[in-house]
Design a protein around this ligand. Structure first.
Ligand SMILES: [Zn+2]
Length: 508
């Protein structure tokens, strides 16, 4: 009887877990979409309000100007010159890290970097993804059009808007820094080439990062607030701060086999067929679920704010009794899979332009892999080699992202969380594993704490607009974002006890 009751209880828990997981998966989807490279369907916005010409704030009008400069990756110079001028006008000290074609990276700080004060660094990128066909845009992508309480255009949200928010938050401390010896420097770090992997941007800046920047913390792209999550009590807002990201690794899988040239007499043993069979095996394989410490932290944080039985289930999702459920459920949900498994996508199959009657002697495919913290590229390649099980298939690395590290929530995480609570009283802040990749990893690799955090609540429609046509940011979100960052800076720059040094504060 007791066993039956237990079984029933587990069944109920699993059922409630199933429902909660569904909501949770939406949260992950929304977070994931916020940096996805996918071009999604056109965002629909038929609202036509009055132009807000008289009520446009200085940050919004500066953003409009900034959006007006097309700075697709590789063409960042004009945007960099513009931002340097803006920072200089506001009394910040400018230091160019590299300043040449395709690689414009500079710092704008309260104090010169040469003073080596422990430094709070706000990271943003100058480049944007291409705008595509302007005809698909409600307003031309590089107009910086302001309408319906929004700044429209390529980069308004990713990431020129957040960069302007960072700049205006820092500006509020310029006078104070002039008159006071603040415990920290604050830097706006603008880099090139983020959208194509950061080789000419953050990879270079991170090289001598500790010596040049004396970093205390880096705050870059990543999580944000999401409203109306069905798993949260009504009115609560889910705020994710990313503490790690997945590591990208791009592979080439190829087969070179000298068989008959004429396609009519080849048989079954030829390069393309080997590749097809190998890829078929890869397409069918299930990646093992890996409940990393980072995922546990994320589930625990989410379970805690959900409360009750559902919350308890999510909190302890790594328990052995939930394993069958996880096995069953995770592989049916790409969003959950992206947090709990390494993933692999055959992203490109080569050369469709060839002559159909000519049997190719070499076949090649490109594979995009995303690795969880703790998995090395070698482990992934060994895993694929073993599953493909064909000595004629050769696997090589095309490009790999830097090794992933995790920032365990510390002093600055708590300060950011408090600042979020101050502006959004109903927010619940959770450390998250970010399933996409961005520049943050370069700085985490230097041993410095790094958080991915965009100080605003994003609607699903707005998230869809990233890397898509009709990208926008709301004017009120710009103001609120500045408020959050200002509160955060105030809480760390203005010491509650002036006898406390910044080093001691770090240990709190
Ligand atoms: Zn971005």
């Amino acid at each position: 009887m007791e066993k039956l009751a237990n079984n029933l209880q587990i069944k109920n828990m699993l059922q409630s877990c199933h429902n909660s997981m569904y909501s949770f998966q939406i949260a992950i989807l929304i977070i994931l979409l916020s940096t996805s490279n996918l071009v999604l369907g056109q965002a629909v916005n038929n609202l036509h309000g009055n132009p807000l010409a008289n009520t446009i704030s200085p940050p919004a009008s500066l953003l409009s100007e900034y959006v007006h400069i097309p700075s697709e990756t590789g063409n960042e110079k004009e945007a960099a010159d513009f931002m340097i001028q803006q920072c200089r006008n506001r009394g910040l000290s400018i230091e160019q890290i590299t300043y040449k074609k395709g690689s414009y990276n500079f710092a704008a700080s309260l104090y010169p970097l040469s003073q080596h004060k422990p430094n709070i660094i706000f990271l943003n990128h100058l480049d944007v993804v291409p705008a595509g066909n302007p005809e698909n845009w409600q307003h031309p992508p590089y107009e910086g059009f302001i309408e319906d309480g929004k700044v429209w255009g390529r980069g308004s949200l990713d990431m020129k808007g957040p960069a302007i928010i960072q700049l205006f938050a820092i500006e509020r401390f310029v006078q104070l820094a002039k008159n006071t010896d603040l415990p920290y420097n604050v830097t706006l770090l603008c880099v090139s080439g983020e959208e194509t992997g950061g080789a000419k941007g953050s990879a270079l800046v991170a090289e001598n990062f500790k010596n040049i920047f004396s970093p205390a913390v880096v705050i870059g792209e990543g999580g944000s607030g999401i409203e109306k999550m069905s798993f949260l009590p009504k009115g609560k807002i889910f705020f994710g701060i990313s503490i790690t990201e997945k590591r990208p690794i791009w592979l080439r899988i190829s087969c070179e086999l000298h068989s008959a040239g004429h396609a009519s007499i080849v048989g079954n043993n030829y390069a393309n067929m080997h590749l097809i069979k190998g890829l078929y095996k890869l397409g069918k394989l299930r990646h093992p679920i890996n409940m990393t410490n980072e995922a546990k932290l994320m589930f625990r944080g989410t379970g805690k704010i959900m409360g009750g039985l559902k919350g308890g289930t999510i909190k302890h999702i790594n328990w052995i009794i939930f394993k069958p459920f996880l096995n069953h459920y995770v592989h049916k949900n790409p969003e959950l899979e992206s947090v709990l498994c390494n993933t692999l996508t055959v992203s490109n199959l080569g050369y469709a332009e060839a002559s159909p009657n000519q049997n190719a002697q070499k076949a090649t495919a490109l594979i995009d892999c995303r690795l969880l913290p703790g998995t090395s590229p070698k482990e992934m390649i060994d895993f694929i080699t073993q599953k493909v099980n064909d000595t004629l298939l050769h696997i090589s690395i095309v490009q790999e992202g830097p090794e992933q590290f995790t920032t365990l929530p510390e002093f600055f995480f708590n300060k950011i969380a408090k600042a979020i609570h101050h502006s959004f009283t109903d927010a619940e802040v959770v450390p998250i594993l970010f399933p996409a990749s961005n520049d943050n990893s370069y700085y985490r690799a230097t041993g410095c704490p790094v958080y991915g955090f965009n100080p605003m609540i994003m609607s699903p429609l707005q998230i869809k607009s990233i890397h898509n046509n009709n990208e926008y940011i709301e004017l009120n979100k710009i103001d609120k974002g500045i408020e959050v960052l200002e509160t955060f800076l105030r809480s760390v720059l203005i010491l509650p006890d002036p006898t406390l040094s910044s080093t001691i504060m770090h240990q709190q």
